[in-house]
Design a protein around this ligand. Structure first.
Ligand code: ADP
Ligand code: AMP
Length: 221
């Protein structure tokens, strides 16, 4: 969890690799659907361009479909979902019906002035979704993705008007979820104003060593 631009995607990329998790980013799903010009993408684009949330039913259906695949032997990381109380309740129902539970809810906490700077400088790969920043995390060749060589672009929703709308919506609809997860004893608040490596070290310290599916009990001699 975290405001737009807090560093969720940046940390998710590293945590996925470290813990060998499946990444479930509703924002990435929508951006992929938009680039394919699918029906879902065309519908979602209307909201995303303005910095509004895509309707809950559509978003919940997407996550349900992904979770039902059960192709995550070491678990999964939700990034940018849930963002409303309706989504959080739907997620709890999905997890209960699949016999799963969340390990933690990590909130990457950053003040608004830092976020505006981060989003203004954010560049993303048009093909693989890798994220860069023109000052804090530049690509080796400007404008070219280090991972796949495709062009880097600025997200349409990172323009100022849309950013301010996203922050307003975060405060109204998403921030209350912190309380929802605190009551469940799952909330971990991490100071996201520090360098990427420090934030990563803090999160992994809280979550512990990866166990890559080796949680079987060793037989005793
Ligand atoms: P979110 O997924 O929360 O919207 P991102 O991970 O895309 O945020 O990060 C937003 C921007 O800030 C990106 O350009 C990213 O490279 C940069 N960024 C992320 N974490 C840090 C950090 N700890 N310090 C400086 N810049 C960061
Ligand atoms: P993100 O990449 O997570 O910042 O998401 C980009 C945009 O996609 C958001 O501003 C929303 O318009 C839309 N979106 C992503 N996730 C959700 C969600 N869980 N609920 C509603 N809309 C979402």
């Amino acid at each position: 969890m975290g405001k737009p631009g807090a560093g969720k995607g940046t940390q998710a990329t590293r945590l996925l690799d470290y813990y060998q998790l499946k990444h479930i980013s509703t924002g990435n799903v929508y951006r992929d659907e938009i680039s394919k010009r699918s029906l879902i993408g065309i519908e979602a684009e209307k909201y995303i361009k303005k910095g509004e949330l895509v309707p809950d039913d559509l978003t919940n259906d997407i996550v349900r479909e992904i979770l039902c695949r059960k192709d995550y032997p070491n678990g999964f990381m939700l990034d940018g979902y849930p963002r409303t109380e309706t989504q959080a309740i739907a997620l709890n129902q999905m997890l209960a019906s699949l016999g799963l539970a969340l390990t933690a809810c990590i909130n990457v906490d950053v003040s608004d002035d830092i976020l505006l700077n981060r989003m203004a400088g954010r560049r993303v790969c048009s093909t693989c979704n890798a994220t860069y920043h023109i000052h804090f995390h530049p690509s080796v060749i400007p404008g070219v993705c280090d991972v796949c060589g495709s062009a880097l672009i600025q997200r349409a929703d990172d323009l100022e008007e849309s950013v301010l709308n996203r922050l307003r919506i975060y405060n109204n609809k998403t921030r209350p979820l912190l309380n929802f997860y605190q009551k469940q004893g799952l909330l971990q608040v991490v100071d996201g104003t520090r360098a990427t490596d420090e934030v990563f070290a803090d999160i992994t310290k809280r979550l512990g060593e990866p166990n890559h599916g080796n949680d079987q009990i060793e037989p005793r001699n």
